[in-house]
Design a protein around this ligand. Sequence first.
Ligand code: FAS
Ligand code: PHB
Length: 394
Amino acid sequence: MNPTTRTQVAIIGAGPAGLLLGALLHRHGIDHVIVERQTPEYVLGRIRAGVLEQVAVDLLDEAGVGERMHREGLPHDGFSLSFDDRHHRIDLHGLTGKRVMVYGQTEVTRDLMQARRNAGLTTVYSAENVRIEGFDGVRPTLRYALEGRAHAIEADFIVGCDGFHGVARASVPASAIQTFEKVYPFGWLGVLADVPPVHEELIYANHPRGFALCSMRSKTRVRYYVQCSLDDHVEDWSDARFFAELKRRLPQADAARLIEGPSIEKSIAPLRSFVAEPMRFGRLFLAGDAAHIVPPTGAKGLNLAASDVGLLSRALAEHCRGSDAGIDTYSQRALARVWKAERFSWWFTSLMHRFPETGDFGRRMQHAELDYLVQSEAAMRSMAENYVGLPLDA
Ligand code: FAS
Ligand code: PHB
């Protein structure tokens, strides 16, 4: 690229938020560039989310990248909660008329990357020292170095899709931003293995030893998790120890059926709830993990990133047609949806995990809520509505 270029929208970050925003802007004929600090291989190597809401599926279709998702993804009509050695199915489709799509974030990212290459769109990888200037004026500039050469992109708008540790939110003066955070006293140890899933739908397990989740990427690849201590390290957990612990936390019938296999990926993720307000600062917008983080229990992280960029791409298209109503209300509309997903993710995490500090009384409260939940159609419908995802402008 030339040392100084000009575009309508400069996007920081080529994760799902940045790539989907780029694909949607392209559909609207809006010129843009994505600047990413890692390599494509590094971005694809991060194993993360696995469940897509209908809103995210529709946005991927709108972006023209849904073909392989519909061919290889697994539509799920429900999931199970397990406690007291029993399964309790939450009938998502029966309760809401909607379903979710099981399709890994890695595959979403791969499809979006391929679409960008096919369209000949510009993505700068391995960018160094990315920084932004002038977003409180009318001509913001994104600066970075590539192979030792300085580059500048003059844009009408800059969008920070650069995740929790990115540069965009960090560039906003502390006086202009308010953050809200809760850090959970445990992590998730996740394993990817090429074995058939223990059950045809996901199982979220509440057990006195801790939370466990049996998810999947396909009918031959599983993604399993156990709640672990923040003092744990991946090397503390052999495959044998992981599967033994997972089986202890599942109903015996599932444990007896579960097929083990060598892990092809193993990692520990910390859990936090985080929101930055607002999500707009002059000509700088934040979207996805750059603006908010949810504990993965409710499978909302990737889906919130998608809904943010769905709202923002339409707002930027409206701006190009002469109306600023969309960009002026983006932060308020995105945050209305974000906070509802934060609440659901916090509630589901509080319900399913072991919190030593809440003692026996806390466990009785969890058990009573689970017992009530699986016997109340109203309670299950409320859970199902949140799990399948609220409408985009809820
Ligand atoms: P991302 O973090 O995915 O992407 C941000 C991109 O910006 C990255 O590629 C990064 O390299 C780049 N970047 C950062 N700083 C930059 C800079 N200064 N300059 C240029 N580029 C920069 N969600 C679920 O729903 N279910 C899960 O099970 C789940 N598990 C997760 C596990 C982990 C360890 C993490 C961290 C998150 C998990 N999430 C999960 C949430 C996750 O899926 C995110 O919600 C999703 O990746 C959000 O996408 P983005 O907003 O694009 O952020
Ligand atoms: C996953 O498959 O990685 C996954 C699924 C559902 C969740 C969290 C993670 O709630």
